[in-house]
Each structure stands twice: as structure tokens, then as C-alpha cells.
Write a protein that binds this ligand. Sequence first.
Ligand code: 4NP
Length: 166
Amino acid sequence: MAKHRLLFVCLGNICRSPMAEGVFRRVAEEEGVLELFEIDSAGLGDWHVGQAPDTRAQAAARHRGMDISGQSARQVTVADYARFDLLLAMDGSNYEELIQLAPRPARHKVRRFLDFAPQVGTKDVPDPFFGGSEGFDHALDLIEQAARGLLADRLSAEATPAKEGA
Ligand code: 4NP
């Protein structure tokens, strides 16, 4: 069966999207379905290409039992719209930029990550880069809920074959 291919996207690819990649990987692992997924993350900007996640993101993730230190930042490319099934924007600004860059037939692949956690009452994972460590914890709280919602959504999509053109 084809894998679900998910790309988590933020601005710099050193804070939110690496944490989202790490959290989704762990949640899928806990549920025993990691092999059904191809998971990656990328940033809209190129300032941090090649860098490991921000040390505050690494520490917040480590505090919750995840090691995201091996990730390396990269920039979103147009090829990502073909390679992935969903491009998951961390906030509204990321969403708008991803839509602008999208080849028209791939626009439907761009989604707000927090659409998968309607209970949190916001559509934006706030950018923690310019704040303190509490911003990273808050981002992780939101990300964990959306990761669970996204996993449930993908697994239910698998149980109910999608209609062509729907
Ligand atoms: P991220 O956070 O988009 O969650 O990775 C940021 C990282 C770096 C910058 C902005 C946001 N920056 O301006 O360098």
C-alpha cells in the first residue's frame, strides 16, 4: 500500500515543523503504524538551511522524550507538491505562502495543521523563535493534539477509500 506522505512546514524549519515531524513520528510509532508514513519537514525561508533544530526546540522535545537533534533544515521546493500528499502549514502566514507557491493542481494538498485539532480553538501554532522556552512548550501542546487528529484522519482515510475527484 502506498505510504501517506506528510510534509510539515513553518517559516525557518528549526522550531515548529521539526517539532511537528518529531511528534508525528512518535505518535505514529506509539500506534504501531509508523511504516505507513513518510514524514519530513521544511521551511519557507532559507536562512537556516542545513542547521539542526533550535536548541530550545530540541530541549522541549527532549523533555517529552523525543530526540529531534538529527534533523537538518531545508527549504520547501516546488517538487514537494508532487512528492507529498499533504503540506501542513503551522500558521496562516505559512498557509498563504504555500498556496502562493503551489502549482494549481496541488493547491488542495496545502492544509493548516491545526485544522486537525479543532478543539484547541486556534488555527496558528505561534512562532516561538523570538520568545522564551514556554513558547516551545505551548507549541508542543498544540502540535501533539494536531498530530493525533491528523493520524486519526489519515487512518480513517485508509479505511474509507477516497472517491476520485472528490
Ligand atoms: P520556525 O521559527 O518557523 O518555527 O522554525 C522561526 C525560525 C527562524 C526565524 C523565524 C521563525 N527567523 O526569522 O530566522
